[in-house]
Design a protein around this ligand. Structure first.
Ligand SMILES: [Zn+2]
Length: 149
């Protein structure tokens, strides 16, 4: 009985402590280097992405994926790699810009780094901005090989 009362007192004390001094803290899990950093081939990358997204959604994990768009541009694989990103947005997950080429900001000028950031959001921006027609928009941008203005 004493232990039970002690446990209740501890819970009340901790609840008060956290409500007075604590903040509601939240965490988000980030996944870098999308469309994928791993996977021997496209099917392995698709399966990994599927498992990852299923785990995130099943466990209701707040998550965001950060994209290096340079990894989209593999001959004959660009549309499939964009589709990997669409798996994220179709699942209601957010994507962010992780620079175009994963450039090392310690080794380039500020201007070069800024250019790489701007270049790194061409497809991702369209995926997030135009969910209803994003496939056509993203493929169009990827096919044009132009830098954003
Ligand atoms: Zn990274």
């Amino acid at each position: 009985m004493k232990i039970h009362k002690l446990a209740i007192a501890l819970i009340i004390l901790l609840t008060g402590y956290f409500s007075i001094f604590g903040q509601n803290r939240e965490v988000s899990v980030t996944f870098d280097d999308l469309p994928t950093a791993y996977g021997a081939n496209l099917e392995a990358k698709r399966e990994l992405t599927k498992k990852l997204i299923n785990g995130i959604k099943t466990n209701d994990v707040p998550a965001i994926g950060f994209v290096n768009e340079a990894k989209l541009y593999e001959r004959g694989e660009t549309d499939t790699r964009i589709a990997l990103l669409e798996m994220w947005t179709d699942a209601g997950l957010e994507l962010g810009n992780h620079t175009f080429s994963h450039i090392n900001n310690a080794k380039v000028s500020l201007a070069a780094y800024q250019d790489d950031i701007v270049r790194g959001e061409t497809v991702t921006r369209r995926l997030l901005a135009f969910p209803s027609n994003r496939r056509a928009s993203a493929k169009c941008v990827a096919g044009s090989a132009r830098l954003p203005v």
